[in-house]
Design a protein around this ligand. Structure first.
Ligand code: ADP
Ligand code: MG
Length: 401
């Protein structure tokens, strides 16, 4: 398979920096090397960029699209009730787990995401038999591009399709989320798994995180002479580190104080926010409420074919994430500023915050300048050059072979 990364200018390398990412992931051969036999099939689940909106746990709207990079899985059935897991990024020998004894706590680290899927599938009655699973990826881990959901969803497709169990994608997303929440112990919402499983090429997904319903919205930058660039600041977050969960608690507390089930209920009555007297509580809730309006405005512009029009919304969204919700980090702020100074129409951090990537919307003839300007700004601050990923809106998870 060809490299799915952009031909970035000299000085920008495309690796994740912290783990060995495959330039051309080859789960098939990785499987053969690990298990000494051929796999029976291979599957792929993409990473995603959330263009705007969220956080999803507030039951608001979000607007993710799928990347062409992601997690590849090769798998084969095995005759016993065991699951073997090997990731080229994690290294080491395959981890062997019995399906019958899988419980939260029975696997940790990276394996919890994959074992959690087997557990959630077993609990739902979709998994009774074993499998050998090999994983390889060209998606940076912990970079806000949802490698965790890509891992879960590629494994979920493999484990069900190996045994010809057909499970509706919305149900698979629910089970993959359950794996992340209850088995890996990360309290994320449902955006990532739905985006990974449902996105379509040339589209973003306008996802209503309250009802779980979605609409595909055209997102075709190339046809407008534009590009979406994802710049990896190389700062790594860990959603398990407590700050993500702390924001979630802040939002819950704000909703509770306003007598609402979630901040979504305040979206049409922002004047209610003044009842929040604790300054940070009010700022965080204000971000969620106004972000919800921005995402709907962006979807309207995209529907009307005005892709360039969303640029200023992207930057406004970043400023709100930085100043009100306070989940941005210095490298992201510098990247957004340098990109806009160099002619980007807009830029915004993406993901849960505290590390990862920035997405920028740039005219074709400015793309190189923008990438170089961000690299130069980083060099001035003594930071490693950012990574650069192809962000053409791509298809969701699928069987490859
Ligand atoms: P993000 O989803 O933004 O990449 P998370 O912290 O939610 O960040 O998930 C990253 C974690 O997912 C990694 O630390 C690792 O445990 C797991 N993971 C993702 N991709 C892989 C992979 N290819 N191999 C092994 N583990 C992976
Ligand atoms: Mg994740």
């Amino acid at each position: 398979m060809l490299s799915q990364h952009l031909p970035c200018p000299a000085g920008i390398d495309v690796s994740g920096g912290d783990v060995s990412l495959a330039e051309s992931p080859d789960a098939w051969n990785w499987f053969a090397r690990q298990y000494g036999r051929e796999p029976e099939g291979s599957w792929f689940a993409p990473g995603r960029v959330n263009l705007m909106g969220g956080p999803d746990y507030n039951e608001v709207f979000v607007l993710p699209f799928a990347l062409s990079s992601g997690v590849h899985v090769a798998a084969a059935r095995r005759p016993d009730r065991q699951i073997a897991l090997a990731s080229r990024q994690a290294g080491g020998d395959p981890i062997l787990l019995s399906i019958d004894t899988l419980e939260p706590g029975s696997a940790d680290g990276w394996a919890a995401y994959a074992a959690g899927v087997a557990w959630a599938l077993r609990e739902a009655g979709y998994l009774t038999d074993g499998a050998d699973v090999a994983i390889d990826a060209d998606l940076p881990l912990g970079a806000g591009l949802s490698s965790s959901a890509a891992l879960e969803c590629s494994v979920a497709l493999a484990l069900t399709e190996l045994y010809e169990r057909s499970v509706p994608r919305s149900e698979l997303a629910r089970l993959a989320r359950r794996a992340e929440n209850e088995f890996a112990g990360v309290p994320t919402g449902v955006m990532d798994q739905l985006a990974v499983l449902l996105c379509r090429a040339g589209h973003a997904l306008l996802l209503d995180c309250r009802s779980g319903t979605w609409t595909a919205i055209p997102l075709n930058p190339a046809s407008a002479g534009l590009q979406l660039l994802v710049l990896d600041t190389r700062v790594r977050h860990a959603l398990g580190d407590g700050r993500y969960a702390a924001r979630r608690r802040t939002c819950q507390k704000a909703a509770l104080m306003l007598g609402a089930w979630s901040l979504r209920e305040i979206a049409d009555t922002p004047e209610a926010l003044t009842r929040l007297t604790e300054p940070f509580l009010q700022r965080a809730a204000r971000h969620v409420v106004f972000e919800s309006r921005r995402v709907l405005a962006a979807a309207d512009l995209l529907d009307a074919g005005d892709m360039a029009g969303i640029g200023s919304l992207l930057t406004a969204s970043h400023q709100s994430l930085r100043d009100q919700f306070e989940v941005s980090w210095p490298e992201a702020d510098a990247a957004v500023e340098a990109a806009v100074d160099a002619g980007a129409l807009g830029a915004r951090m993406t993901g849960g915050g505290f590390g990862g990537c920035v997405v920028t919307l740039v005219p074709d003839d400015r793309a190189t300048q923008v990438r170089e300007a961000v690299t130069e700004r980083f060099a001035q601050r003594g930071w490693a050059a950012p990574g650069c990923l192809d962000a053409a809106p791509s298809s969701g998870a699928r069987r490859i072979r």
